[in-house]
Design a protein around this ligand. Structure first.
Ligand code: ADP
Ligand code: MG
Length: 254
Protein backbone atom coordinates (compact mmCIF):
# COMPACT_ATOMS: atom_id res chain seq x y z
CA UNK A 1 0.00 0.00 0.00
CA UNK A 2 1.05 3.54 -0.68
CA UNK A 3 2.69 5.60 2.07
CA UNK A 4 0.74 8.81 2.49
CA UNK A 5 2.41 10.29 5.54
CA UNK A 6 6.03 9.99 6.48
CA UNK A 7 8.40 11.64 8.92
CA UNK A 8 12.12 11.51 8.27
CA UNK A 9 14.35 11.88 11.30
CA UNK A 10 12.37 14.69 12.87
CA UNK A 11 13.91 16.22 15.97
CA UNK A 12 12.46 18.80 18.30
CA UNK A 13 13.42 20.42 21.58
CA UNK A 14 11.63 22.03 24.47
CA UNK A 15 13.74 23.40 27.27
CA UNK A 16 13.68 20.14 29.22
CA UNK A 17 12.75 17.63 26.56
CA UNK A 18 14.21 16.31 23.33
CA UNK A 19 12.41 14.37 20.65
CA UNK A 20 14.98 12.44 18.64
CA UNK A 21 14.95 11.09 15.11
CA UNK A 22 11.33 10.19 14.77
CA UNK A 23 10.54 8.08 11.71
CA UNK A 24 6.89 7.24 11.36
CA UNK A 25 4.91 6.23 8.32
CA UNK A 26 1.26 5.80 7.57
CA UNK A 27 -0.20 3.94 4.63
CA UNK A 28 -3.63 4.06 3.06
CA UNK A 29 -6.16 2.33 5.35
CA UNK A 30 -3.74 2.03 8.27
CA UNK A 31 -4.73 2.36 11.90
CA UNK A 32 -1.38 3.20 13.49
CA UNK A 33 -0.96 3.76 17.21
CA UNK A 34 1.65 5.64 19.20
CA UNK A 35 2.04 4.31 22.71
CA UNK A 36 4.36 5.28 25.54
CA UNK A 37 4.34 6.69 29.07
CA UNK A 38 3.12 10.18 29.95
CA UNK A 39 5.60 12.78 28.78
CA UNK A 40 7.28 10.48 26.25
CA UNK A 41 6.54 12.85 23.37
CA UNK A 42 3.36 11.50 21.77
CA UNK A 43 1.51 14.83 21.59
CA UNK A 44 4.67 16.64 20.50
CA UNK A 45 5.07 14.17 17.62
CA UNK A 46 1.47 14.69 16.51
CA UNK A 47 1.85 18.48 16.69
CA UNK A 48 4.93 18.26 14.45
CA UNK A 49 3.04 16.18 11.91
CA UNK A 50 0.20 18.70 11.80
CA UNK A 51 2.60 21.66 11.60
CA UNK A 52 1.40 23.21 14.85
CA UNK A 53 5.08 23.27 15.73
CA UNK A 54 8.09 23.03 13.44
CA UNK A 55 10.87 20.44 13.71
CA UNK A 56 14.38 21.52 14.62
CA UNK A 57 15.58 19.17 11.92
CA UNK A 58 14.13 16.45 9.73
CA UNK A 59 11.15 16.48 7.44
CA UNK A 60 7.50 15.53 7.26
CA UNK A 61 5.92 14.46 3.98
CA UNK A 62 2.20 14.33 3.37
CA UNK A 63 1.23 12.74 0.07
CA UNK A 64 4.83 13.30 -0.95
CA UNK A 65 4.73 17.01 -0.21
CA UNK A 66 7.25 18.48 2.18
CA UNK A 67 5.23 19.96 5.03
CA UNK A 68 7.63 22.88 5.34
CA UNK A 69 6.48 24.07 1.92
CA UNK A 70 2.84 23.07 2.24
CA UNK A 71 0.17 25.73 2.67
CA UNK A 72 -2.31 25.68 5.54
CA UNK A 73 -5.11 24.88 3.11
CA UNK A 74 -3.17 21.98 1.56
CA UNK A 75 -2.57 20.53 5.02
CA UNK A 76 -6.18 21.08 6.06
CA UNK A 77 -7.39 19.26 2.96
CA UNK A 78 -5.27 16.21 3.80
CA UNK A 79 -5.03 16.01 7.58
CA UNK A 80 -7.48 16.67 10.37
CA UNK A 81 -6.41 16.69 13.99
CA UNK A 82 -8.52 15.74 16.99
CA UNK A 83 -6.47 17.30 19.77
CA UNK A 84 -6.11 16.15 23.32
CA UNK A 85 -7.71 19.28 24.75
CA UNK A 86 -10.41 21.23 23.05
CA UNK A 87 -12.19 23.81 25.16
CA UNK A 88 -13.78 26.46 23.00
CA UNK A 89 -13.94 29.82 24.73
CA UNK A 90 -17.42 30.58 23.43
CA UNK A 91 -20.64 28.61 23.67
CA UNK A 92 -20.67 26.83 20.32
CA UNK A 93 -23.38 24.58 19.06
CA UNK A 94 -22.33 21.18 17.79
CA UNK A 95 -23.13 22.14 14.20
CA UNK A 96 -20.87 25.22 14.45
CA UNK A 97 -17.98 23.18 15.80
CA UNK A 98 -18.37 20.75 12.91
CA UNK A 99 -18.51 23.48 10.30
CA UNK A 100 -15.30 24.97 11.63
CA UNK A 101 -13.70 21.79 10.33
CA UNK A 102 -14.22 23.00 6.79
CA UNK A 103 -12.93 26.52 7.11
CA UNK A 104 -10.17 25.79 4.60
CA UNK A 105 -12.65 25.21 1.80
CA UNK A 106 -14.48 28.45 2.46
CA UNK A 107 -13.67 31.98 1.55
CA UNK A 108 -13.90 33.24 5.07
CA UNK A 109 -15.06 32.32 8.51
CA UNK A 110 -18.20 34.42 8.12
CA UNK A 111 -19.11 32.95 4.78
CA UNK A 112 -19.75 29.39 5.89
CA UNK A 113 -21.77 27.08 3.72
CA UNK A 114 -24.69 25.88 5.75
CA UNK A 115 -24.54 22.29 4.71
CA UNK A 116 -26.93 20.83 7.22
CA UNK A 117 -27.43 17.51 5.47
CA UNK A 118 -23.68 16.91 5.43
CA UNK A 119 -23.51 17.77 9.13
CA UNK A 120 -26.33 15.31 9.82
CA UNK A 121 -24.49 12.61 7.92
CA UNK A 122 -21.25 13.20 9.81
CA UNK A 123 -23.10 13.12 13.14
CA UNK A 124 -24.83 9.87 12.19
CA UNK A 125 -21.44 8.31 11.45
CA UNK A 126 -20.32 8.99 15.02
CA UNK A 127 -23.67 7.88 16.49
CA UNK A 128 -24.81 11.38 17.44
CA UNK A 129 -27.93 11.76 15.33
CA UNK A 130 -29.97 14.78 16.42
CA UNK A 131 -27.15 16.54 18.29
CA UNK A 132 -26.58 19.45 15.90
CA UNK A 133 -28.22 22.13 18.07
CA UNK A 134 -26.83 20.97 21.40
CA UNK A 135 -24.23 23.17 23.05
CA UNK A 136 -20.81 21.53 22.94
CA UNK A 137 -20.10 22.37 26.57
CA UNK A 138 -23.17 20.39 27.69
CA UNK A 139 -21.97 17.11 26.17
CA UNK A 140 -20.22 14.28 27.96
CA UNK A 141 -16.52 13.63 27.33
CA UNK A 142 -17.26 10.78 24.95
CA UNK A 143 -19.84 12.81 23.03
CA UNK A 144 -17.41 15.72 22.70
CA UNK A 145 -14.73 13.40 21.30
CA UNK A 146 -17.24 12.08 18.77
CA UNK A 147 -18.25 15.60 17.73
CA UNK A 148 -14.59 16.32 17.03
CA UNK A 149 -14.37 13.18 14.94
CA UNK A 150 -17.50 14.32 13.08
CA UNK A 151 -15.68 17.57 12.43
CA UNK A 152 -12.82 15.60 10.89
CA UNK A 153 -15.31 13.75 8.71
CA UNK A 154 -16.84 17.04 7.61
CA UNK A 155 -13.36 18.22 6.72
CA UNK A 156 -13.15 15.14 4.46
CA UNK A 157 -9.46 14.53 4.98
CA UNK A 158 -7.93 11.19 4.03
CA UNK A 159 -5.78 11.28 7.18
CA UNK A 160 -7.18 11.66 10.69
CA UNK A 161 -4.83 12.22 13.60
CA UNK A 162 -6.16 11.73 17.10
CA UNK A 163 -4.41 12.54 20.37
CA UNK A 164 -5.30 10.45 23.43
CA UNK A 165 -8.20 8.82 21.73
CA UNK A 166 -9.78 7.43 24.84
CA UNK A 167 -8.69 9.86 27.56
CA UNK A 168 -11.22 10.17 30.41
CA UNK A 169 -13.62 7.71 28.83
CA UNK A 170 -15.02 4.61 30.46
CA UNK A 171 -14.25 1.35 28.73
CA UNK A 172 -17.51 1.08 26.76
CA UNK A 173 -17.35 4.67 25.46
CA UNK A 174 -13.67 4.20 24.67
CA UNK A 175 -14.46 1.10 22.62
CA UNK A 176 -17.36 2.85 20.88
CA UNK A 177 -15.00 5.55 19.60
CA UNK A 178 -12.26 3.17 18.55
CA UNK A 179 -14.75 1.02 16.68
CA UNK A 180 -16.07 4.06 14.84
CA UNK A 181 -12.52 4.89 13.80
CA UNK A 182 -11.74 1.30 12.85
CA UNK A 183 -14.77 1.34 10.55
CA UNK A 184 -13.47 4.55 8.98
CA UNK A 185 -10.16 2.88 8.15
CA UNK A 186 -12.13 0.09 6.50
CA UNK A 187 -13.76 2.70 4.28
CA UNK A 188 -10.40 4.12 3.25
CA UNK A 189 -9.37 6.67 5.88
CA UNK A 190 -5.94 6.43 7.48
CA UNK A 191 -5.60 7.03 11.19
CA UNK A 192 -2.64 7.84 13.39
CA UNK A 193 -3.56 7.97 17.06
CA UNK A 194 -1.81 8.36 20.40
CA UNK A 195 -3.09 5.93 23.02
CA UNK A 196 -2.55 5.62 26.70
CA UNK A 197 -4.69 2.49 26.80
CA UNK A 198 -2.24 -0.01 25.42
CA UNK A 199 -4.75 -2.88 25.27
CA UNK A 200 -7.12 -0.92 23.06
CA UNK A 201 -4.20 -0.04 20.80
CA UNK A 202 -3.20 -3.70 20.76
CA UNK A 203 -6.62 -4.84 19.63
CA UNK A 204 -7.39 -2.22 17.01
CA UNK A 205 -4.11 -1.00 15.51
CA UNK A 206 -2.34 -2.80 12.72
CA UNK A 207 1.00 -1.18 13.61
CA UNK A 208 2.43 0.43 16.73
CA UNK A 209 5.23 2.84 17.57
CA UNK A 210 6.46 2.90 21.16
CA UNK A 211 7.95 6.16 22.43
CA UNK A 212 10.08 6.53 25.52
CA UNK A 213 11.83 9.74 26.59
CA UNK A 214 11.49 11.22 23.12
CA UNK A 215 12.79 8.19 21.25
CA UNK A 216 11.04 5.48 19.30
CA UNK A 217 12.28 2.34 20.97
CA UNK A 218 10.01 -0.28 19.39
CA UNK A 219 7.79 -0.57 16.38
CA UNK A 220 5.89 -3.28 14.60
CA UNK A 221 2.62 -5.17 14.81
CA UNK A 222 1.05 -5.36 18.29
CA UNK A 223 2.41 -8.90 18.57
CA UNK A 224 5.92 -7.69 17.78
CA UNK A 225 5.80 -4.76 20.19
CA UNK A 226 3.77 -5.95 23.17
CA UNK A 227 5.74 -8.56 25.05
CA UNK A 228 7.01 -8.79 28.61
CA UNK A 229 10.50 -7.55 27.86
CA UNK A 230 9.48 -4.56 25.75
CA UNK A 231 6.75 -3.42 28.11
CA UNK A 232 9.17 -3.57 31.03
CA UNK A 233 11.60 -1.40 29.13
CA UNK A 234 8.88 1.02 28.07
CA UNK A 235 7.24 1.54 31.47
CA UNK A 236 10.06 0.50 33.86
CA UNK A 237 7.76 -2.00 35.46
CA UNK A 238 7.05 -5.69 35.19
CA UNK A 239 3.69 -6.77 33.77
CA UNK A 240 2.24 -10.07 32.68
CA UNK A 241 1.28 -10.28 29.06
CA UNK A 242 -1.49 -12.68 28.11
CA UNK A 243 -2.89 -13.58 24.76
CA UNK A 244 -6.55 -12.67 24.33
CA UNK A 245 -8.41 -15.98 24.31
CA UNK A 246 -10.91 -14.96 21.64
CA UNK A 247 -9.35 -12.20 19.57
CA UNK A 248 -5.74 -13.34 19.72
CA UNK A 249 -3.92 -10.10 20.54
CA UNK A 250 -1.49 -9.40 23.40
CA UNK A 251 -3.04 -8.01 26.57
CA UNK A 252 -1.09 -6.26 29.34
CA UNK A 253 -2.43 -7.22 32.74
CA UNK A 254 -2.00 -5.41 36.03
P1 ADP B 1 2.93 12.84 25.88
O1 ADP B 1 1.90 13.31 24.92
O2 ADP B 1 3.61 11.55 25.47
O3 ADP B 1 2.41 12.72 27.29
P2 ADP B 1 4.17 15.41 25.35
O4 ADP B 1 4.57 15.35 23.92
O5 ADP B 1 2.96 16.18 25.69
O6 ADP B 1 4.11 13.92 25.94
O7 ADP B 1 5.35 16.03 26.20
C1 ADP B 1 6.68 15.59 26.11
C2 ADP B 1 7.53 16.44 27.02
O8 ADP B 1 7.61 17.78 26.53
C3 ADP B 1 7.06 16.55 28.45
O9 ADP B 1 8.16 16.47 29.31
C4 ADP B 1 6.41 17.90 28.51
O10 ADP B 1 6.51 18.45 29.80
C5 ADP B 1 7.23 18.70 27.52
N1 ADP B 1 6.43 19.77 26.91
C6 ADP B 1 5.28 19.61 26.21
N2 ADP B 1 4.82 20.80 25.78
C7 ADP B 1 5.71 21.73 26.20
C8 ADP B 1 5.79 23.16 26.08
N3 ADP B 1 4.86 23.85 25.40
N4 ADP B 1 6.84 23.78 26.65
C9 ADP B 1 7.80 23.08 27.31
N5 ADP B 1 7.77 21.74 27.47
C10 ADP B 1 6.74 21.07 26.93
MG1 MG C 1 -0.11 13.78 25.17
Amino acid sequence: MKTILETKNICFEYENFKLKNINISLKHGDFVGIIGPNGSGKSTTLKLITKLIKPKSGKVFIFGKNLEKASRSFIASKVSFVRQEFNPTFEFKVKDIIELGAIHIKKSFFNTVNDSSKIKKCLAMVELTGYENRYFSTLSGGEQRRVLIARSLFQETPIIIVDELTAHLDISHAIQIVEILKKLTESGKSILAAFHNINIASKYCNYLYALKDGELIFQGTPKDVINKENIKKLYNKEFYILNHPVYNYPVVTV
